[in-house]
Write a protein that binds this ligand. Structure first.
Ligand SMILES: *Cc1c(COP(=O)(O)O)cnc(C)c1O
Length: 340
């Protein structure tokens, strides 16, 4: 008999909940073990682990979607696997073979199948893979041992009552240095973002916008999401920089803008003093898919794009197409969907 869980799918938020199984694999003496599922959600690691002292760790985030015909699918998990490896490479951790990564994702989803929200609820099963340096160590050097693990949590639709634009404010803080770890999905980038995020929220904004760390004139990231703008002549523009985290959602939207919406697509500088060139703007990432940007406050002035209350038509089309692909209602480009 299929297992049932008592969850109010329509009222889920983005918060932790213990699900039944998680995957864990250990690296020791130059290789990963086969990995296994476990019910234990507590890690027992050395007090001297590099992940705890020197931030030697990285993570990923992706979702499992239930389709209309009750299948479960992952969206571009190979891209998450490849990005995890680029992050590992940057902070000197061993790579996880992409096949191992995808297989582990599938194992976790299958073992927690009853936690995958029903089609139509807008909710999904969020997967959090991570690699951490563990084992006894004191000096600043790579750890002697590593853990690769994945847990999952059902999460609600980001927008309960429909998509609504929100406002952002620029911050004087930087999330990453010009040639630092901005391109890698490492926890260290996040510890430093907690304070500017808190300051932006206190001022009544959804989050802060990070400008390029070298000159503070160009938009880089919107909180923990990538920025895109639609110009008045219908071009999809997104910033190009070494310190931006390469969002898989962003690259997917670039493809959708070009192939489905027939827009010109460009990665280039986005000057914070030239926001007038855009008729619409948004933030994108796995959690929200797209967050429409109502306005951006910079040095005391609020620049409003399409509207502070309504989603622009291009943004809406991009959102509907990507959302449709992820839930299996719109034909996906080849290789984007992995059935579990
Ligand atoms: C994960 C992340 C994103 C979004 O990436 P997706 O692959 O689209 O989920 C954007 N910015 C930062 C800083 C991130 O960590």
């Amino acid at each position: 008999m299929e297992k049932k869980v008592d969850i109010d799918w329509s009222n889920l938020s983005f918060g932790y909940m213990k699900t039944d199984f998680r995957y864990i694999s250990r690296w020791k003496d130059g290789k990963w073990d086969d990995g296994q599922l476990t019910e234990d959600n507590v890690l027992h690691i050395s007090e001297a682990s590099t992940a705890l002292h020197y931030g030697q760790q990285c993570f990923e985030g992706l979702k499992a979607y239930r389709t209309k015909d009750n299948k479960i699918q992952l969206f571009r998990p190979d891209e998450n696997g490849k990005r995890l490896n680029r992050s590992c490479e940057r902070v000197m951790m061993p790579e996880v073979p992409v096949e191992k990564f995808i297989d582990a994702c599938k194992q976790v989803v299958k073992a927690n199948e009853h936690f995958v929200p029903p089609y139509g609820s807008g909710a999904t099963l969020y997967l959090r893979p991570f690699v951490i340096g563990v084992g006894d160590n004191l000096g600043v050097k790579p750890a002697p041992e590593f853990i690769f693990a994945i847990f999952c949590v059902p999460v609600g639709p980001y927008f309960k009552g429909g998509m609504a634009p929100v406002n952002f404010t620029t911050t004087d803080f930087d999330r990453a240095a010009p040639m630092g770890t901005g391109k890698a999905k490492v926890g260290g980038n996040y510890a430093g973002s907690l304070r500017p995020h808190e300051a932006a929220v206190k001022k009544g904004f959804a989050d802060c916008i990070y400008l390029d760390p070298a000159t503070h004139t160009k938009i880089e990231e919107v909180g923990a999401a990538n920025f895109f703008g639609i110009t008045k002549d219908d071009k999809f523009i997104t910033p190009l920089s070494e310190s931006i985290l390469p969002s898989i959602t962003k690259y997917s939207l670039m493809h959708i803008a070009k192939e489905y919406l027939k827009l010109e697509v460009l990665e280039r500088d986005v000057l914070v003093d030239n926001l007038d060139e855009f008729k619409e703007a948004g933030a994108c990432g796995t959690a929200a898919v797209i967050t429409p940007i109502g306005g951006i406050e910079h040095q005391g002035n609020l620049h409003v794009f399409h509207s502070e209350t309504e989603v622009g038509p291009v943004t809406k089309k991009l959102y509907d197409t990507l959302y449709g692909i992820q839930f299996g209602d719109v034909k996906a480009p080849e290789g984007w969907i992995y059935e579990v």
